[in-house]
Design a protein around this ligand. Sequence first.
Ligand SMILES: *Cc1c(COP(=O)(O)O)cnc(C)c1O
Length: 377
Amino acid sequence: MTPKIARFLDVHQPATPCLVLDIDRVEENYNALRRALPLATIYYAVKANPARPVLDRLTGLGSAFDAAGIEEIEQCLAVGAPPAAISFGNTIKKASAIARAHALGVDLFAFDSEEELRKLARMAPGTRVYCRLMVANAGADWPLSKKFGTSVEQARRLMPLAAELGLRPWGLSFHVGSQQTDPLAYAAAIGQAAMLFTDLSDSGTDLRFLNLGGGFPSRYRRAVPAVGDFADAIMEAMTRHFGNALPDMAIEPGRAIVGSAGVVSSEVVLVSKRNPDPAAARWVYLDIGRFGGLAETEGEAIRYPLRTRHDGGPTGPVVLAGPTCDGADILYESSDYQLPLALADGDRVEIDTAGAYVTTYAAQGFNGFAPLAEHYI
Ligand SMILES: *Cc1c(COP(=O)(O)O)cnc(C)c1O
C-alpha cells in the first residue's frame, strides 16, 4: 500500500468495497520497466485495468497499448493514444471488430490460427500481423497457454501464407503465463522464437518484431524476482539467439503496471465459528468475493496480502469467503490465511496489491451488489 493510498483511506474512509489506486505508482511501475528494458516498446495490457486515469497517465508517458477488444481500442483512442500505438492482441476477434479497428487506423494484429489469419486478410487487408506461439507456462500462477498460441510448425506455415494473403508478416509473440515467477521462462520462449525467425528468413520471410507478452509478476504474499532479473534473463537470451540483429522488441505488461498500485478496501460482514473445535478455522465473510472482482482467487491462484487494524495481535486460521449466496464464493481455505483473533464484523480488511484484474472482473448486480467502486488518486 502506498502512503498516498493509506492517507486516502484514513481521511476519506470510503464506502466499501472499493478499489483505491495510486496513479503515481502506475507511472513508477511503467518507468521501472522502461529503464530495465529500454529496447522494448511497452504495450500496456489494457484489460488489467482500463480506467481512464490509468490510460491517461500511460498515454502521457508515451506507452503503447495491447487491446483485447474493440471497446478497449476505443478507450485508448479516447485518451489520445495514436492508432499506431495500439496492437489488437487478442487472437479471437469478431470480423466486425477487426474491420472497425482497421477503419480507426489500427495496423497491428495478433493471430494463432489459419482461420483468424484469413479473417484478418479479409477485414484488414495490408496490415501487419504477428503469430502467437504456444510456449510453456510453468512457473506462472495464472497460466494462459492452453487457450492460446500455435505450434512452431504451424507458425512456420502461416507466416508465408500471411504474405500470400496480402498481409505483412511482421513477427511473433508469446505469453509465458501471468504472474510468472521464473525469469528463465522468457529465455526459453525467446530461444524457440529465434529458431523460427531463422527458419523463416532462410525460406524468404523476414520477420522484424518479437512480442514477449506480459507475465511480469507482482509481489503478493511471497517475494518475486526483481524487474531487473527479468530484464537480464531476457536480454541475455536475446543477444545469445539474435546476436546484433535484434528484432524490434515489445512487452505487454498488465499486472506489473497496475497490480501494486491498488488496494481493495473491504469490510467484514461476519466472523463465524462454524466448528466448535477451538483449533478450527473461523469463517470470515467479506463484503467482496469471487463475484465482486476477486476472480483471480479461483483455485486460490492469486493470494493477496491482507491488512487489518488489529495486525500485530494474536492470530488464528481463517477461511475467507465473499458475501454472495453462491457456494463457489470462497476465496481461500487451503492457503494458510491467518487473521487477528480480535477481528469482528464492521472491521475493515485492506486487500493489498489488488490494482490488476479486479474492477473488470466484478459482476453486474449479482445478488444485488453494485459493481466495485473505484477511486483513482
Ligand atoms: C493478459 C495479457 C497480457 C497481460 O498479462 P500480465 O500477466 O498481466 O502482464 C499481455 N498480453 C496478452 C496477449 C494478454 O492476453
